[in-house]
Ligand binder design. Structure first.
Ligand SMILES: Cc1cc2nc3c(=O)[nH]c(=O)nc-3n(C[C@H](O)[C@H](O)[C@H](O)COP(=O)(O)OP(=O)(O)OC[C@H]3O[C@@H](n4cnc5c(N)ncnc54)[C@H](O)[C@@H]3O)c2cc1C
Length: 448
């Protein structure tokens, strides 16, 4: 039996971060990670295995992140949490006892409840090296690839599956636009035009009724009766929290999100020695405090740091899930933080919007300059920043993080318009046209 002060089940984004953060805060404590897989994939890099990277082996989190921090590792499947004896039982028998337990068992792909999903060459997206190797081999052979679901993962997959291949890639999306859960329409349309310019066909407002073929998939039947040829189908319709272990241990599951019920300190209900973080844990909105289904690696690591901080004493609560993310389709990068305009309106806010477009370097002829658009959404009543969306080039990822910081600090349109930035011709937009500040100034004028 392995004796540890802290046992963490799960070794991906949440589990690894919780272990490192826990060791940083408590160097004297023994910390053990139990995880199923021999090698851990970088989950967000999975689409890039299919084009840019070319192999799952090029998309791994190195174990040195754990070993260099003196974290013990058990590679095995945890089968039971014995809360009375404070033991995690694993299939191989090398059980681990704990003072404090962190559950970071993540998520599993959502399954589409239609006939034919068990046919050969129909794939969900599993974080599993062998599975992805087989999927890559099938994609390399395929002439007709159908992707069900045009969220950011589906769009990234479509783009990567098309790369350097003579094939037909089609996205079937049930909503009017791809990426519609994450962006306002004008950004979705921009992304769709890039996808189509790269030869990807998009079928919006459509669902798949049936996957057809004998043993192997040969096509899909659409809800409107249409039929499309396919030799590979990729189902990308989201994930479900992986809570079996927690449920068997009698921990409470939040009904509306399917995640383990946790408080703002990431502590589960009715057991002071267990915390949960990452995709398996319930989240609440930063804005409304209501449960939300936001499953992101950035959220998982944020929660893991919170869990580590609150393991042995109550230090500080989380503020709720803001939801910050970015994606890249072709050369177009897009990102969003907080509420998009559509969601803000659905939540009952009266909003004021400011938009600014300018090259990402100055002058616009500098190498690497890309036209970058920033849209900021403010509450009309108090002027506070609710969210932002950005499209452009490689700077988008960090620009959206700047917007997130402004939201987290409760900045108003007036304050964002006077935000003190630093610029350089080769690195940033001009200080005259700096998009975040100019979008805020436009909103200030509308608020007057
Ligand atoms: C294709 C794809 C692309 C994505 N892109 C992005 C992106 O660009 N940005 C972003 O922020 N997010 C992205 N995400 C979401 C992100 O991957 C997840 O939010 C993140 O992986 C959650 O981390 P986690 O540690 O909570 O869970 P997981 O990554 O699911 O890891 C769970 C861990 O628990 C282990 N485990 C589970 N059960 C047991 C058990 N019984 N015993 C032992 N070990 C167990 C697993 O083996 C694994 O190590 C993407 C997801 C996918 C699928």
């Amino acid at each position: 039996m392995e004796k540890s002060d802290v046992v963490i089940i799960g070794g991906s984004a949440a589990g690894s971060t919780a272990a490192i953060s826990c060791k940083r805060r408590n160097p004297g404590k023994a910390v053990t990670v139990i995880r199923q897989e021999q090698q851990v994939l970088i989950p967000c890099g999975i689409p890039y295995i299919f084009g840019t990277l070319g192999s799952p082996q090029k998309n791994l989190i190195p174990d040195t992140v754990l070993t260099s921090n003196d974290v013990n590792l058990i590679v095995d499947t945890a089968g039971e949490i014995d809360r009375e004896r404070k033991i995690v039982r694993v299939e191989g028998g090398n059980n681990a006892s704990y003072d404090k337990l962190v559950i970071a068992t993540g998520s599993l792909p959502a399954i589409l409840p239609i006939p034919g999903i068990d046919k050969e060459n129909v794939f969900v997206i599993r974080k599993d090296i062998k599975f992805l190797q087989d999927m890559l081999a099938a994609v390399n052979q395929a002439k007709d690839i159908i992707i069900i679901g045009g969220g950011f993962v589906g769009a990234e997959f479509a783009d990567e599956c098309k790369k350097n291949r003579d094939n037909k890639v089609t996205i079937i999306e049930m909503l009017p636009h791809c990426l519609q859960m994450a962006f306002d329409d004008e950004f979705c349309i921009e992304a769709e035009s890039i996808l189509t310019s790269r030869g990807i066909k998009i079928i919006p407002n459509q669902t798949v009724a049936n996957i057809v073929g004998d043993k192997k998939v040969t096509g899909v039947q659409l809800a409107d009766g249409g039929h499309l040829k396919a030799d590979v189908v990729i189902i990308s319709i989201g994930v479900m929290p992986n809570v079996d272990l927690a449920q068997k241990a009698g921990l409470q599951i939040n009904r509306s999100t399917g995640g383990i019920t946790v408080d703002r300190h990431m502590r589960v209900r009715d057991d002071n020695d267990i915390l949960a973080c990452g995709d398996c844990a319930m989240k609440v909105s930063y804005f409304s405090g209501m449960p939300v289904k936001t499953w992101l690696a950035s959220v998982a690591t944020h929660e893991a740091r919170l869990a580590a901080a609150n393991l042995f004493e109550t230090r500080y609560p989380g503020l709720g899930t803001l939801g910050v993310f970015s994606t890249q389709i072709g050369d177009l990068a897009m990102g969003a933080a907080g509420l998009i305009e559509r969601h803000a309106a659905q939540d009952g806010y009266h909003v004021v919007v400011g938009t600014a477009k300018a090259p990402s370097r100055h002058p616009g002829g500098m190498p690497g300059a890309e036209l970058t658009t920033v849209k900021l959404i403010f509450s009309k009543d108090d002027g506070i920043l609710l969210g932002g969306e950005v499209s452009g080039g490689s700077g988008v990822g960090e620009l959206v993080n700047v917007i997130s910081s402004c939201i987290q600090h409760g900045m108003t349109a007036y304050e964002v318009s006077l935000f003190q930035m630093g610029t350089h011709p080769a690195l940033c937009a001009s200080p005259i046209t700096y998009q975040v500040v100019n979008a805020a100034e436009e909103a200030v004028m509308k608020l007057h």
